[in-house]
Write a protein that binds this ligand. Sequence first.
Ligand code: NAD
Length: 282
Amino acid sequence: MAVIIDGKELARKIRSNLKIDCEEIKSKGVNPKLAVILVGDDKASKVYVKNKNKACEDVGIEFEEHILESEITQKQLIDLIEQLNERKDIHGILLQSPIPNHLDINEAFRKISPDKDVDGFNPISVGKLSLNQDTFVSCTPYGIMKMFEEYNIDLEGKDLVIIGRSNIVGKPLIQCCLNKNATVTVCHSRTKNLKEHTKRADIVIAAIGKSKFVTEDMVKDGVVIIDVGINRGDDGKLTGDVDFENVQKKASYITPVPGGVGPMTVAMLMNNVIKATKNQMK
Ligand code: NAD
């Protein structure tokens, strides 16, 4: 039976340490503050933003929400980002994705000041990550790296397979895992013989968005499984991208859904806001 990686508990621990950091910052007269921009009324995004708000309250970070109509123009969005960049009382800026199709999200990410880019999506942050320089690492990959660290899972020389190549999860993960000396393979929707790759992997990270996609026959004994997927079934229940019940019998470590990667993502966002505040105080 696998060790269940308890992301909820680890996230709680990280947040309680950040709370102490936050109090120390406040004692110097600075109030760490995150600005979140939400465009339109995507239901899942609203839930994510609410969770981020709650986490901020818990840590002691101030939260400012900008809810914009889905019809806004690109100029209105960029103007808001630029105003937030200028404001000294805002330390982190997050643009919740997705945003409506008529808007250019790449330009928006580019306009967020790298000093306030707590989601790590500005090309400067992405470039620094690929050069293994200090930067804001996007929160989901960063949370996964923290889990490896906490559970003493050494990546050096390991065969690590990432399924999914999105800009927010798969791609930054490649770099994070390479920086830890793993031998990284990235699989995606056009990969042939996916099972051949996953079957030989010491570590499999699934970021696909398809419920129970990774099954027992696709992995080897002792595999470490990180399940990034969040899929809501017709019954309202959340499942991951991994068939948890059956795969856990073969795995050495596995993350559950919910209670695995999700809470870590939010904790690392809090971490990045505190880091941004400290950097801006220097
Ligand atoms: P995405 O849709 O942008 O990317 C999905 C990736 O899966 C693509 O690269 C695609 O090539 C790959 N894929 C699709 N079908 C495949 C197949 N049959 N075989 C192999 N690869 C296939 O998704 P995303 O934004 O990276 O999110 C992935 C999942 O992770 C979603 O369920 C999302 O909700 C979840 N997610 C969770 C967190 C968290 O904090 N836990 C954060 C971000 C995303």
